[in-house]
Design a protein around this ligand. Structure first.
Ligand code: NAP
Length: 494
């Protein structure tokens, strides 16, 4: 079969799924079906509609390289990003390929036919190649705080924002001080009567430097694409510097820490509040938060930062560990996501019926974050160890899709219909990865959403992002095995 006729099933209709379908079409692959369980495409940008939701990577890097956009701001707001993803889907003929409102519940590899059989909420579907694009931050995490169920008012997660709840003039509690909280708190502060922000541990920040692009600037970027590319390259270079500092060159971290300290000092005159917001752990251990308005908002009269810890939620408020109960009308859970499960709750069974959950019993791992031995013709986008404390996920996704295309080309060139990463290649990569992860700042002892309770980090890429591009753009000879079935010996790539 020609690779161009291969059927490809993509699970997830966010940046990854839309990007995959668009890039596959650009290469001539028409037999692509994207399954999206939500009613619209856009992934996290459809779910995260909380006030203040915006990009925290400059938009000229947070876009597909093949679909540059004329953004309104340096860091564009959520609705504009949603419209962009939909626009790309329309422009590249992806909309027709997407089945919205359709959840894939399981996928099973059938060896005899070298095909994947998917069970979906709309019935079964078969495909030659399975691509998962489920994101790492799509399942909201409710905190195990005692009494939360007893609260009598509305309590909801940032990723499940209740637009029917009017917060104007209300007493509101926000639990968490991560990337979502630092966006939502400044956005709702002017309209609420009282805002109590419950902090478990503070995060390091850097100035965001956000601003609206004037009509002139937008027109200059449109007319001079080289200037846009230069801006994109400069953002990329800064992100690479941060990636180097978080991984191999931690001697750079004090430079960033000075900027973070300076931001706190210039925004907060009160020494006690300064002390509360100043992290005691290494810069970069949690994700760095870019903000211009977080600290100024904490100094407003109607805002209190509660750093004593939460004892319990009561029917009408929250009692802190010092025994002080603050009445509240609504609780916002800015408490992050279940980030270690990757494709869950979908169940994937590979060769011999072995499931991905079984293969990942200790920790999720994949060769370049993309392929797993025993799971032929399957590629994971934004899979294990492809996140980072810096860098643009969109860029990472494009690298992964580039790898998928390289694999399809190899299958076509060799006239085979089965490709699987070799176990020794995957194990060799994994050893290299774990050794590099051990040296990163994320392992330096703070609580973050990367490192699990056993000290494993299944999320982050421990090198710079140009290394990810270099390693994914073509298949390393011998890393994959090509063939038509398990019983037929297959030549290694060469
Ligand atoms: P997060 O960074 O994991 O922050 C969760 C917050 O909730 C932390 O402050 C955490 O405290 C706190 N928390 C968790 N469980 C708690 C509990 N039981 N009691 C009290 N506090 C608790 O989650 P997030 O803010 O949703 O961000 C997650 C990731 O999403 C970010 O790192 C970023 O990659 C992405 N994101 C991106 C954007 C964007 O602009 N593009 C915006 C938002 C999010 P500890 O720190 O002590 O654990």
């Amino acid at each position: 079969m020609s690779a161009k006729q291969r059927s490809i099933a993509v699970v997830g209709g966010g940046f990854g799924g839309v990007g995959a379908a668009a890039m596959l079409r650009r290469e001539g692959y028409e037999n692509v079906t994207v399954f999206e369980k939500g009613e619209r495409i856009g992934g996290v940008w459809q779910h995260n509609t909380y006030p203040g939701a915006a990009c925290d990577i400059p938009s000229h890097l947070y876009e597909y390289s093949f679909a540059p956009n004329s953004w309104s701001r340096r860091f564009s707001p959520g609705p504009e990003i949603r419209a962009y993803v939909e626009g790309v889907a329309r422009r590249f003929g992806v909309f027709d390929k997407v089945r919205t409102g359709t959840e894939v519940t399981s996928a099973r590899w059938v060896e005899e036919r070298a095909r994947w059989v998917l069970e979906t909420s709309a019935g079964p579907h078969e495909a030659d190649v399975l691509v998962t694009a489920c994101g790492q931050l799509s399942v909201p995490k409710a905190p195990p705080i005692s009494g939360l169920d007893s609260f009598e008012g509305p309590a909801f997660h940032t990723a499940e924002w209740r637009h029917d709840v009017d917060l104007v003039g209300k007493r509101v509690a926000v639990i968490g001080t991560g990337c979502s909280a630092i966006q939502v708190v400044p956005a709702i502060q002017p309209e609420v009567a009282q805002l109590d922000v419950y902090q478990r541990s503070p995060g390091w920040t850097l100035p965001k430097g956000d601003y609206a692009y004037s009509r002139l600037i937008r027109s200059v970027f449109r007319r001079l694409p080289a200037l846009r590319r230069l801006d994109r390259a400069s953002v990329y270079a800064f992100q690479e510097l941060a990636a180097a500092a978080f991984t191999r060159h931690r001697w750079l971290l004090p430079l960033f820490r000075i900027l973070g300290m300076r931001q706190i000092k210039s925004a907060i005159p009160d020494s006690e509040l300064r002390r509360k917001v100043t992290p005691t752990y290494e810069f970069g251990c949690k994700r760095i938060m870019l903000t211009d308005d977080w600290y100024p908002t904490l100094t407003r009269d109607n805002v209190e930062l509660v750093a004593e810890g939460i004892d319990r939620v009561t029917p009408n408020g929250i009692r802190d560990a010092a025994g002080v109960e603050r009445p509240t009308d609504a609780i916002v859970l800015a408490t992050g996501f279940a980030s270690h499960d990757f494709v869950a709750p979908m169940e994937i069974a590979g060769s011999g019926g072995r499931t991905l959950s079984e293969a990942w019993a200790e920790v999720a791992r994949a060769y370049l974050g993309l392929s797993v031995p025993g799971f032929p013709n399957m590629f994971l986008l934004y899979g294990p160890n492809t996140n980072g404390g810096s860098g643009s996920v969109v860029n990472t996704l494009e690298c992964g899709i580039g790898h998928l295309l390289a694999a399809l080309r190899e299958m076509d060139a060799s006239g085979t219909d089965r490709i699987e990463v070799r176990r020794d290649a995957a194990e060799g990569f994994d050893r290299e990865l774990r050794a590099a992860l051990a040296k990163t700042v994320w392992q330096s002892g703070c609580s973050n959403w990367y490192v699990d309770e056993n000290g494993n980090d299944p999320n982050n890429w421990p090198w710079v992002w140009s290394a990810y591009r270099r390693r994914t753009e073509r298949l390393v000879p011998g890393a994959y095995e090509l063939g038509t079935s398990l019983t037929v010996p297959s030549p290694a790539l060469g």
